[in-house]
Design a binder for this molecule. Structure first.
Ligand SMILES: [Zn+2]
Length: 456
């Protein structure tokens, strides 16, 4: 008890002392601000690290670091803190943690940690640290870390270009933007990198795509293999957003299913419709988000959100009749793209095999008068996994029923959009029927068809 009393007494003295020190002798106003960004070498541009935590601390030698505050980066990656301190020279430290209420980046540890991105080499009397550039993934020419008016320091404190840090920044930039856009995740998402899979990945089988990296998601956790590194950024965006699609899916379905077995190639044709739908949905989700957030995809090309043409459905997807569409993710994702396609009449779905087109081919026509066709949206696709009010679908999508594939899902879409009926569905599906040759513009009454085929 005596010890406790003394401790309390000292504590009061100490608080009073430090408060009066601040009030009486704050002679410097430290201004610390800047941007945290990730340089995406594939896109050739900087992406903001938004919604991350930045912690600023000061230190009077030889004492310990004292936190000056923790702020959250804005949508442009900007952070700023101003604080008054005494005249004593201090060291300054800036730390970043990739953590927010919706997303957290983790290493092998089960938590996220602050790591130092900037620290003055010695105590400084300078108080102006505005316009710091804390850029992950840039080469030395761009300057990973720069302080205006002072000598540029590249990677001298913490290597912002090291594999772990660069991949973490990329994962944050992609995933956080997608979560913000979707805005409907119920729980915080955790992304692990580097993750050491106990997986048969050594022989570089298909399971290890892309480029020897394994991504795996379950519930709210996405795991990215240590085999993935910052030399393999191509296709990375699409793959991590595919996994995020699974996270969204798992949040909105009754349960994850092993009904078709656990040791299966989930992307193969003919597994079972519910697994094919899960995979096709995840890829549709990813392709749309890449297109919405970045406008194109450097790995798969700018036609990412287009459905396949009949030639590719048959030759690449092994789809020989409409029922095959739900027997593999290939047919599922293409059909989801077909029914959400803007300007259906602007495309052809030919069986022509001389073209290098993988997708529905742009068809530019003039003076066409075409029937109005109902369509559904990306948001409708997302929403149809949930219970649908005033319908027979008053429960979530249930993957435990192996027959719950593409066509059962389309029935739910019809319940969401009453204007989208069986006739509309059949109208769309004919363009994925490889036994037919009809084209959307065949239904347009027209006097003039001026056709311009874009070469690719
Ligand atoms: Zn998948």
């Amino acid at each position: 008890m005596v010890t406790y009393g003394k401790f309390l007494y000292l504590l009061i003295i100490s608080i009073t002392f430090s408060a009066s020190m601040n009030a009486m002798s704050a002679c410097r106003n430290y201004q610390v601000s800047g941007h945290v960004k990730y340089f995406d070498s594939e896109m050739g541009k900087l992406l903001p690290i938004k919604g991350a935590k930045v912690k600023i601390s000061g230190k009077i030698e030889p004492w310990w670091w004292g936190p000056w505050g923790t702020v959250t980066t804005s949508s442009s990656g900007y952070f700023s803190i101003n604080t008054g301190k005494s005249c004593v020279a201090r060291k300054l430290r800036v730390q970043v943690k990739l953590d927010s209420s919706t997303l957290q980046l983790r290493t092998t540890q089960n938590t996220a940690q602050f790591f130092t991105v900037f620290e003055t080499p010695s105590a400084t009397s300078s108080s102006d640290f505005r316009s710091l550039r804390l850029y992950f993934g840039v080469d030395s020419w761009h300057g990973g870390l720069s302080i205006p008016g002072k000598s540029t320091t590249t990677n001298s404190i913490n290597n912002l270009n090291s594999n772990n840090n660069e991949v973490h920044a990329a994962l944050w930039a992609y995933t956080r933007s997608a979560i913000d856009y979707i805005g409907a995740f119920e729980q915080k998402v955790f992304v692990y990198y580097p993750y050491d899979f106990d997986y048969d990945c050594e022989d570089n089988t298909d399971n290890c795509e892309p480029n020897g990296a394994v991504f795996y998601s379950s519930k709210h956790k996405i795991r990215v293999s240590h085999k993935f590194d910052n030399t393999k950024m191509k296709a990375f965006r699409g793959t991590v957003l595919h996994e995020l699609g699974h996270v969204y899916y798992f949040e909105h379905v009754t349960t994850q299913s092993n009904i078709c077995g656990t040791d299966i190639d989930r992307h193969a044709q003919g597994i079972c419709p519910s697994i094919s739908f899960n995979e096709g949905f995840a890829q549709y989700f990813s392709d749309n988000l890449v297109n919405i957030l970045y406008g194109n995809d450097l790995y798969y090309g700018p036609d990412l959100i287009l459905p396949k043409n009949r030639y590719r459905l048959y030759n690449d997807g092994n789809i020989s009749d409409l029922s095959d569409l739900e027997r593999g993710d290939f047919g599922v994702k293409s059909t989801l793209k077909l029914i959400t396609l803007d300007n259906l009449y602007g495309y052809t779905f030919s069986t022509y095999d001389g073209s290098s087109y993988f997708y529905a081919e742009p068809f530019h026509s003039k003076f066409l008068s075409c029937p109005t066709i109902a369509k559904v949206s990306f948001r409708d696709i997302l929403g149809a996994l949930d219970p649908i009010a005033n319908s027979s679908f008053d429960h979530q999508w249930d993957e435990r029923d192996s027959s719950n594939g593409l066509f059962n899902f389309i029935d739910r879409l019809k319940a969401i959009r009453s204007s989208f009926n069986t006739n509309d569905v059949n109208f769309y599906l004919q363009f994925h029927d490889v036994s037919l040759s009809s084209e959307p513009h065949d239904y347009c009454s027209t006097n003039i068809k001026a056709i311009y085929k874009l070469s690719k």
